[in-house]
Design a protein around this ligand. Structure first.
Ligand SMILES: [Zn+2]
Length: 526
C-alpha cells in the first residue's frame, strides 16, 4: 500500500514530502563487554521447540554462548552457570521467553499524509520487538532512508535495522520507457547503496529488464502487482525473471486463472474509485483455480522451485472482512496519532480509505477471499515454501508494531503452528533479505537482537501486543499479561514499555496541543 503508487508509474518527477528524522538516541543501555541473560526460556527461531532455563552470553553485540543451566521446576546449580566478567551486566529473565528480534518485511516509515514522524514509527516497532525492517519504496526518498539506516546501524537513533528497497523509477528525471533506461536505473540504484527495488508492476519489457539486471547485481526485490498490470504480467512472470518476494497477494490469483484471462470486472468499474477496487478484489480468489486442483498445484510448485517468498501482509486487508474490529482496536485510543486517525477515515481521496459503502456483503466476500488465500499460504509453507511476516502499517487502521502481532495471529489462523509463525517472523524473514548469516535466529555468532516477554507467546501470541493480553487472576481480577518487556538490538537493552510510554506521550501532547480526539467515523461524540 502506498499513496505515491500512482505517482510512481504515472509521474516519475513526483515530489517527496519527508517526515522528521529520528532524534539522537536517549534510550537503551549497553552494549557491554559481556552481557548474560539469565534463566530464560529460549525459542530460537529455527523451528526448534522452546527450551530452558538457559543463560545466554553476549559479548558486545554478538551471541557467544547459549548454555542450558537446569531443568524446569528445579533450582539452578549456580556452579554450572557461565561466569560473569568484571564490569559486565546480568539481566535476570527467569521464567521469561526470549525470541530472535522480529523482522518486518513490509515497513513503511510513515509519511507526511499520516503525520507520523520517524521517532513515533520507530518506537512503536521497537516496543514490539521489531529489530529489522525493510522499507518497501523508500517513501521519504532514498537518501533520507539511507541516512536513517546508517544512524540505526551505528545506534545513534532508537530504531530497527533498515533495508531500503527503492520504488522502481524513483528519482528518475524522465519516465522509464526502454529496457536500456530500466537497466541504467537499476545500476544507479545499486550504486547509491539501496538494498533492492520495490516494484508496483510496469510494462513487461521494463519488468523483465529491471528484474534480471537487479538479480545479476545480487540485489533483492519486492513487488506489489498492481491490478493495472496483472493482465499481462503476473506473479509467475516476475518470479521467472528473478523477483525475490511478492507483497500482498495481487497477481497471484491471476497466475491461477484457468477459465479466464482477466478478472471479472463489472463493466462500470474504475480502478481510481477505491470502493470499486477493493470491493471487486474481495471476489478475486474465487475466480482462481480451486485449491489442490492441477493448475493450482502447478503454479505453487513452480514458485517454490524458484525459491520465491510470499509476504502476504494479511493484516492490512483485515478491515475488509471486519471493519469494526479494525477501527475499534483498543490501542487506537492511546497510541494512534490524531493525524493518522484522520488519514484512515473514509475519504474519496486518501489511499486505503474506501469506505464509501462497506457492509455485510463486502465483508462476507472478503472472508471467503481470506479462506482461499490462507489455504494457498498454508500449503505453500507445508511444501517447503517461504512465507514471511510483513505489515504495511500506516494504512487501513493498522498501527505500526501492533499490526505485526496481528499478522502473526493471521498466519496462525491460516494453519501455521505458533513455532512456524515465529520462524516466519525471524529466520525466514532474514533468509528473504539475505541477512541470515547475522540475523533471524538465536545461535552463537549471530547478532544479539532479541525479544523478551514475560509470558509464553506460543500459547497466546496476543501477549506480544504492547497492550498485552487480558486474563483473570485467582482473585477474580482482570489483569494484563505480557507486552514485550525488553527489546535488545546489537546488545543494547531497551525497556520496551518505556518506548511505548514515550509514544503515548507523543499522542497525548499532540491531542493537548490541537484539542483533537479520536472520534469514530460518522459519529461526532458518544
Ligand atoms: Zn506497502
Amino acid at each position: 500500500m502506498k499513496a505515491i503508487l500512482l505517482a510512481v508509474f504515472l509521474y516519475p518527477l513526483f515530489v517527496i514530502a519527508q517526515i522528521k528524522k529520528a532524534p539522537d538516541r536517549k534510550e537503551g543501555e549497553g552494549p557491554w563487554p559481556q552481557l548474560i541473560i539469565r534463566g530464560v526460556i529460549l525459542i530460537d527461531g529455527t523451528g526448534a521447540p522452546a527450551i530452558g532455563p538457559v543463560d545466554i552470553v553476549i559479548e558486545r553485540n554478538r551471541i557467544k554462548e547459549i548454555a542450558l543451566v537446569g531443568s524446569p521446576g528445579v533450582a539452578i546449580d549456580k556452579a554450572k552457570r557461565p561466569k560473569l566478567m568484571e564490569g559486565s551486566k546480568e539481566l535476570d529473565c527467569t521464567n521469561m521467553y526470549l525470541l530472535p528480534g522480529f523482522i518486518d518485511l513490509h515497513g513503511h516509515i510513515g509519511g507526511k499524509e499520516q503525520g507520523t514522524d520517524a521517532e513515533y514509527v520507530f518506537k512503536l516497532w521497537m516496543a514490539h520487538g521489531i529489530t529489522t525492517i525493510r522499507d518497501p519504496s523508500a517513501g521519504n526518498g532514498l537518501d533520507w532512508v539511507l541516512d536513517q539506516k546508517k544512524a540505526s546501524a551505528e545506534n545513534k537513533i532508537t530504531a530497527p535495522r533498515i533495508l531500503a528497497f527503492t520504488a522502481f523509477g524513483q528519482g528518475s528525471k524522465e519516465k522509464l520507457s526502454t529496457s536500456e533506461q530500466a537497466i541504467a536505473w537499476v545500476r544507479e540504484n545499486a550504486k547509491k547503496g539501496a538494498d533492492g527495488i520495490k516494484f508496483f508492476g510496469a510494462s513487461p519489457h521494463l519488468m523483465k529488464a529491471a528484474l534480471e539486471e537487479n538479480k545479476r547485481l545480487g540485489l533483492r526485490s519486492a513487488c506489489h502487482h498492481a491490478q493495472l498490470h496483472v493482465a499481462r504480467w503476473n506473479v509467475l512472470n516476475s518470479a521467472r525473471s528473478g523477483l525475490t518476494t511478492m507483497e500482498h497477494w495481487y497477481g497471484l490469483p491471476e497466475a491461477l486463472f484457468e477459465d479466464k484471462t482477466i478478472q471479472n470486472y463489472p463493466l462500470n468499474y474504475n480502478y481510481a474509485n477505491e470502493q470499486n477496487r477493493f470491493e471487486e478484489a474481495g471476489k478475486l480468489w474465487k475466480q482462481a483455480a480451486q485449491p489442490y486442483s492441477a493448475h493450482w498445484n502447478k503454479v505453487m510448485n513452480e514458485l517454490i522451485a524458484l525459491d520465491f517468498t510470499l509476504d502476504p501482509t494479511l493484516n492490512i486487508y483485515e478491515a475488509n472482512r471486519d471493519l469494526m474490529r479494525a477501527r475499534t482496536a483498543e490501542w487506537h485510543q492511546n497510541y494512534t496519532l490524531p493525524s493518522l486517525w484522520k488519514f484512515y477515515e473514509p475519504s474519496r481521496i486518501s489511499h486505503g480509505s474506501y469506505w464509501h459503502n462497506w457492509g455485510t456483503e463486502q465483508e462476507i466476500s472478503w472472508k471467503e477471499n481470506y479462506r482461499l488465500w490462507m489455504t494457498f499460504i498454508n500449503e505453500y509453507k507445508n511444501r517447503g515454501g517461504r512465507v514471511t511476516v510483513g505489515t504495511d502499517a500506516g494504512y487501513i487502521y493498522q498501527l505500526y508494531g501492533f499490526s505485526y502481532v496481528r499478522e502473526m495471529e493471521l498466519l496462525r489462523e491460516a494453519g501455521f503452528h505458533s513455532l512456524e509463525v515465529i520462524r516466519s517472523a525471524t529466520l525466514f524473514g532474514a533468509q528473504a533479505l539475505g541477512i541470515e548469516k547475522d540475523s533471524g535466529s538465536v545461535e552463537a555468532g549471530k547478532l544479539a537482537d532479541f525479544v523478551i516477554v514475560d509470558a509464553n507467546p506460543l500459547e497466546n501470541l496476543q501477549v506480544l501486543y504492547g497492550t498485552g493480553a487480558i486474563a483473570l487472576n485467582e482473585k477474580n481480577e482482570v489483569i494484563r499479561r505480557g507486552g514485550v518487556k525488553y527489546t535488545i538490538k546489537d546488545g543494547i537493552v531497551y525497556d520496551a514499555k518505556k518506548l511505548l510510554a514515550d509514544v503515548k506521550k507523543m499522542v497525548d501532547d499532540t491531542k493537548a496541543g490541537t484539542g483533537s480526539k479520536i472520534i469514530q467515523p460518522g459519529i461526532k461524540e458518544f
